[in-house]
Design a protein around this ligand. Structure first.
Ligand code: PLP
Length: 427
């Protein structure tokens, strides 16, 4: 199957007709439990000697098909779908971390991830250190004997900055640590983190992967390539796991160790399960992923180029622009395009941004991205409102900046809408 090109895989991977009915589309299995054939069958399932279905908190046929499909699209060995992108991040760290251990993360991350990593994970005794991933010496210096993972985004929110994944992966490899890449803004169509050396890929399926703002979901995809037994740093995978009657996951399951641990312990005990209806919508979205991403990228390029040349604009951060300091990384890290999310600084500052948002007709003012429709948010008056101006600037959400998520409408219509709203905003 994986010999096929992306456009073929997005339709046919993990999509064989349903064995029970021949249904061509993956059916939505709305069931909580599954009948065991007999007591022996039940015992084999609980021992992970046979793969099957027990209870939908752990596995559901519809949700499993989605995880399998994304694993094929990312070129991974296996994957697990869960309830949101934020759940996926906890699920990715869960088998690796423990009290007193840390993750070294990029400073350029989705704002919600910065809060999750800097505040909430402390409740588990975990911690995060944030460094600029363009400074590989600083990254190496931040790693200590308690570090268990390195975390970054391929294309990062909100500025559309691109991480040099091959360079970071090489360093992670030298340090013997797994690299986790959040590939939400790029999708596996634009960026292939596993081929560049990443160990795990996480997604918010809420965004481009579903593509129409109807689902909250996430997933973790494992490359299957990391040697969990090379050191004693990952005992949940390499040593007898007390949470699963002493099973040694890596020894028993090889490249599927992380995936099975995520299901058998992660989903079982954390319960961050995706619902089958949502998984169905995401699979419908995935069938057109490449078509949508090509259009998102073409529109983003047209809109960013127009904005950059407009006298009412101070600057545009899109890495797809020749003027971007990260333009050289597009060819290396995401050769099919730099995504469709970027920020724009408007002359006239905070007031002009608020007026721009109020006067747009096609762009919706919402805290979301990766929808078929174009979206805008003025972070300083909304998501970043509680921060000081210095913190807003550091987060790429200065008072004079709006974030655009360019949809798949007609680019000329989007530009005309921005033109009339900028006229009203700067009059
Ligand atoms: C939205 C987003 C998340 C969180 O995903 P949810 O599905 O909202 O939990 C994580 N990372 C990035 C880059 C995002 O854009």
């Amino acid at each position: 199957m994986s010999d096929y090109k992306f456009d073929t895989l997005q339709i046919h991977a993990a999509a064989a007709p349903d064995p029970a009915t021949g249904a061509l589309q993956v059916p939505i299995y709305l069931t909580t439990a599954y009948a065991f054939k007999d007591a022996d069958h039940a015992a084999r399932l609980f021992n992970l000697e046979e793969v099957g279905y027990i209870y939908s908190r752990l596995t559901n046929p519809t949700v499993m098909k989605l995880a399998e499909k994304v694993a094929v699209l990312e070129g991974g060995a296996g994957g697990v779908a869960c309830s949101s992108g934020h759940a996926a991040q906890i699920m990715a760290l869960f088998p690796l971390m423990g009290p007193g251990l840390n993750v070294v993360a990029s400073t350029r991350l989705y704002g919600g991830t910065i809060t999750q990593f800097s505040q909430t994970i402390k409740r588990f005794g975990w911690s995060a250190k944030f460094v600029d991933f363009d400074d590989l010496d600083a990254l190496e210096a931040a790693v200590d004997e308690n570090t268990r993972a390195i975390f970054c985004e391929s294309i990062s929110n909100p500025g559309g900055y691109i991480t040099d994944i091959p360079a970071v992966a090489k360093l992670a490899d030298k340090l013997g640590l797994p690299l986790i890449v959040d590939n939400t803004l790029a999708t596996p169509y634009l960026c292939r983190p596993i081929e560049m050396g990443a160990t795990l890929v996480v997604h918010s399926l809420t965004k481009y992967m579903t593509g129409n703002g109807t689902v909250t979901g996430g997933c973790v995809i494992d490359s299957g390539k990391f040697d969990w037994s090379a050191s004693d740093k990952f005992p949940s995978l390499s040593a007898p796991e007390p949470a699963y009657h002493g099973l040694k996951f890596h020894e028993a399951l090889g490249p599927m160790a992380f995936t099975f641990h995520s299901i058998a312990v992660g989903l079982r005990d954390l319960g961050m399960t995706m619902n089958p209806q949502g998984a169905h919508y995401t699979m419908m979205g995935l069938e057109t992923l490449s078509l949508r991403m090509d259009k998102h990228v073409a529109n983003a390029k047209a809109v960013a180029e127009w904005l950059e040349n407009d006298p009412r604009i101070d600057f545009v951060t899109y890495a797809g622009l020749e003027s971007s300091p990260w333009h050289d990384r597009v060819a290396k890290v995401c050769p099919k395009g730099a995504g469709a999310l970027f920020t724009v600084a408007v002359k006239g500052g905070y007031e002009a941004c608020v007026k721009l948002v109020n006067n747009l007709k096609l762009f919706s003012h919402v805290a979301n991205l990766g929808d078929a429709r174009s979206l805008i948010i003025h972070s300083a008056s909304t998501t970043h409102r509680q921060l000081t101006e210095a913190q807003q600037i550091a987060a790429g959400a200065a008072p004079n900046v709006v974030r655009l998520s360019i949809g798949i409408e007609n680019a000329e219509d989007l530009i005309a809408d921005l033109d009339q709203a900028l006229a009203a905003a700067t009059a």
